[in-house]
Every structure is written in structure tokens, then in C-alpha cells.
Design a protein around this ligand. Structure first.
Ligand SMILES: CC(C)=CCC/C(C)=C/CC/C(C)=C/CC/C(C)=C/[C@@H]1[C@@H](COP(=O)(O)OP(=O)(O)O)[C@]1(C)CC/C=C(\C)CC/C=C(\C)CCC=C(C)C
Ligand SMILES: Nc1ncnc2c1ncn2[C@@H]1O[C@H](COP(=O)(O)OP(=O)(O)OP(=O)(O)O)[C@@H](O)[C@H]1O
Ligand SMILES: [Mn+2]
Length: 354
């Protein structure tokens, strides 16, 4: 039985996800292979992955503890994401917690307390561990949760590897010549999260748009989130010697690194920021269409994270574009008010508009 179903999976049409937004300007395609059929149906639990090994057999109590740990980490580090996951089915929430924890740990390698010990060997070892996770040979308990997840859902290793590549980029590079370079970084560290999430969140059975366009929307949400994150944290990043802003666009507004590092909010800075905020909103708007195509239980968490992140841009405007000395903050009340709005949006049926 497993063999028949496996052959079916191999026969599923594959599509290649392009690098949306900037392909014309020469950014290579991500080459992510998405299996249209398995993305739309749930991945059968008892099957081996294509070309891979059989699902690893962990003791149920061990797995339960592993997922509980992932849940606790997600709840502690990302209250908003966590709240969103509570609305998902149990299988899906466990998977998102496991993915969250892997992403968080990957990010911590370069941003966390042990970042001083960071070198290319550390990332190589982390990538080896990633392959082991996908081969069903996890190194530790948190890896085991992800190992179980990748055998429960049709996850592709490519976005995971790309996120590690993003961390490599971050250790080598602290300036971005133009938006094309910055976009690539945003894809690596955040667009990838969108691509990892879709196979878990699932696509609404009644959706008639292409799987391709839904993955693109997920990628755009990651880009919008990361651009927003960058705009919120300009001052903080500058104190770490990093400027995640397109240098050519700074120059167009008569600005340079020195202006960022000196933290003076001038009219030129405000004008520059207005453009950057417009661009981040552009990506959120693109993502919106895809959010409505997700499986109905996954729409609310996605809408709430989209609306929350977008509000951070409003908060930067409310601070009169001072993101050099202040951190834009969305108050608790505003956050809570967003939840019913997200819920209403989540109720809307998948459209047929694109
Ligand atoms: C419910 C939900 C939104 C689930 C996704 C949860 C998940 C797996 C998150 C991983 C986040 C993470 C730790 C990424 C590592 C790299 C990183 C730090 C990226 C930044 C995230 C914000 O984290 P934070 O601000 O806490 O980080 P710092 O404190 O600044 O270090 C990012 C800005 C990226 C986040 C990107 C996403 C959550 C992608 C969202 C897209 C989807 C869930 C796809 C939705 C599908 C469609 C069709 C729209
Ligand atoms: N009130 C807020 N204002 C601005 N940004 C926020 C706010 N709450 C969360 N964020 C940011 O949104 C992103 C995802 O939210 P996350 O779930 O991590 O929230 P959090 O860091 O746990 O915040 P909180 O503890 O306030 O709930 C993070 O980048 C976080 O910094
Ligand atoms: Mn957080």
C-alpha cells in the first residue's frame, strides 16, 4: 500500500517556484519543488518521503515531550504567533511550533548570546544536522520534533537550507548596495518561513488559484515582515554595525551610513522612510490574496500576524519616522483589537481573483 501511494507522489506534477518580484533583475530562481497534489491533500502519516527513508519511530512519550518543549519556546519567544497557532488543528500547531523552534535556533546562531562563537564551521554543522533531521536521524529532542514533522507534512528542505544561507550572508555582509541585494537577504531569512509554512497550513480545498501563486504570497508575507522588522530596528541594528537599507536609495535622498549611525531624524530621513514603508506595504498587500486561499483553520493566525506586523509600520509613522532612537510599538489594546478583525478576514472564502 505504501509503495502504491509513494508512486503516486512521485507522479505528482512538480512546479518550480520562481523568485517573485525581482526575477527580471537577475536574481536566480529558488528552485523549490512543490508537489501540487500532496500540498493540497494531507501527507499520509505512514508513508516514506520520496527518495528518502521511512518515518522515524520515536516513543510517543518522547515525541510528546519534544513537541511540548517546542510549544513552550514558541509561547515564550513569540506570543502572537503562539496565540495564532492555538486556533489550528493539533497536528498543524505541533508542526508550526517545531518549525518555529528550528528557525529561532537558526537565527540565534548569529543573533543570540553565543553569536561571538559563530564561524562557518558552526553553520556547516547546523546544515549537517538539518540533513539528518530530514533523513530521520535527529541530533537532539528539538530536532526530533522537526524530524517527525517533516515526515508528517510535505516539507521541502530547500527553504530550510536557504535560511541557513541567509545566516551565512548576515555574518559576511553588513551593507546592501541596492534593493535587489536586500531582497535576497529578506528571502533567505523570512521568505523561507512562508514557504515552510504553506505545506503545514494547507490550501483550502475550494481554492482554485494555482499553488504557485499561494507560495508566492507566502513568500511575500515573509518579505513584508522582514522589511518591517528592518525598519523597526534600524537604530538597534546600527549599534551592531549593520545597515539593512539599500545604499543607493539612501544616496538618492542625500543620505549615507553616517546619517544612520548619527541617529538624527531629518526631513530627508522622513522622506526616505516614507518610500521604504510604502514598499513594505506593497508586499503585505500582495500577501493578502494568498492568505484567503489557505485552509480555513489556518487563515486566522496568518491574518493576525499580517495585521500585527502591518501595524508596526503605522507605529513608525506615529513616531514621526523616528526609528533611529525609538522602537515602534503596537500597544496591547491595539493588538487585541486586531484579533476580531483578523477573524472576520479569515471567514472570507477563497476568491478567484488571481
Ligand atoms: C502563524 C504564523 C505566522 C506562523 C509562522 C511561525 C514561524 C515558523 C515563525 C518563524 C520565525 C523565525 C524565528 C524566523 C527566523 C528569522 C527571523 C528572526 C525572521 C523574522 C521574524 C520575526 O521574528 P522576531 O521579530 O521575533 O525576530 P527578532 O526578535 O527581530 O530576532 C521575521 C520578521 C520573519 C517572519 C516571517 C514569517 C512569520 C512568514 C510568514 C508567512 C507565512 C506564515 C505564510 C502565510 C501564507 C500565506 C499564503 C500568506
Ligand atoms: N506590540 C508590538 N509592537 C511592535 N512589534 C511587536 C509587538 N508585539 C510583537 N511585535 C513584533 O512582532 C513580531 C512577532 O510577534 P511576537 O509573537 O514575537 O511578539 P512578542 O515578541 O512575543 O511580543 P509580546 O511579548 O509583546 O507579545 C516580533 O518581531 C515582535 O517583536
Ligand atoms: Mn518575538
Amino acid at each position: 500500500m505504501a509503495i502504491t501511494a509513494r508512486a503516486e507522489v512521485i507522479a505528482a506534477p512538480k512546479i518550480s517556484i520562481s523568485f517573485p518580484g525581482l526575477t527580471k533583475q537577475g536574481i536566480p530562481h529558488t528552485d523549490l519543488q512543490v508537489q501540487e497534489i500532496v500540498t493540497r491533500q494531507s501527507w499520509p502519516n505512514n508513508l516514506a518521503k520520496e527518495g528518502g527513508c521511512r518515518k522515524p519511530q520515536f516513543h510517543p512519550l518522547f515525541l510528546e515531550e519534544a513537541y511540548n518543549k517546542c510549544r513552550d519556546i514558541c509561547a515564550e519567544y513569540a506570543k502572537t504567533f503562539y496565540l495564532g497557532t492555538l486556533l489550528m488543528t493539533e497536528e498543524r500547531q505541533k508542526a508550526i511550533w517545531a518549525i518555529y523552534v528550528w528557525c529561532r535556533r537558526t537565527d540565534e546562531l548569529v543573533d543570540g548570546p553565543n553569536a561571538d562563537y559563530m564561524n562557518s564551521g558552526v553553520l556547516e554543522r547546523w546544515e549537517e544536522r538539518l540533513h539528518d533531521i530530514f533523513d530521520g536521524r535527529p541530533y537532539d529532542m528539538l530536532d526530533a520534533a522537526l524530524s517527525d514533522t517533516v515526515f508528517n507534512f510535505p516539507l521541502d528542505i530547500k527553504p530550510f537550507r536557504d535560511m541557513i544561507e541567509g545566516m551565512r550572508m548576515d555574518t559576511r555582509k553588513s551593507r546592501y548596495k541596492n534593493f535587489q541585494e536586500l531582497y535576497l537577504y529578506c528571502y533567505y531569512v523570512a521568505g523561507t518561513v512562508g514557504l515552510m509554512s504553506v505545506p503545514v497550513m494547507g490550501i483550502a480545498p475550494e481554492s482554485s488559484v494555482s499553488t504557485h501563486s499561494i507560495y508566492n504570497a507566502a513568500l511575500y508575507l515573509g518579505i513584508g515582515n522582514q522589511l518591517t522588522n528592518i525598519l523597526r530596528d534600524v537604530g538597534e541594528d546600527a549599534s551592531r554595525g549593520r545597515v539593512y537599507l539599500p545604499q543607493d536609495e539612501l544616496a538618492q535622498f542625500g543620505l549615507c551610513d553616517k546619517d544612520v549611525l548619527s541617529r538624527k531624524v531629518t526631513d530627508e530621513w522622513r522622506e526616505f522612510m516614507k518610500e521604504q514603508i510604502t514598499r513594505a506595504r506593497f508586499y503585505f498587500n500582495l500577501a493578502e490574496e494568498g492568505a484567503s486561499q489557505l485552509d480555513k483553520d489556518s487563515r486566522w493566525p496568518v491574518w493576525s500576524s499580517l495585521l500585527l506586523y502591518r501595524k508596526i509600520l503605522d507605529a513608525i509613522e506615529d513616531n514621526d519616522y523616528d526609528n533611529l532612537t525609538k522602537r515602534a510599538y503596537v500597544g496591547r489594546t491595539k493588538k487585541l483589537l486586531m484579533l476580531p478583525l483578523a477573524y472576520t478576514r479569515a471567514l472570507s472564502k477563497p476568491g478567484f481573483s488571481f
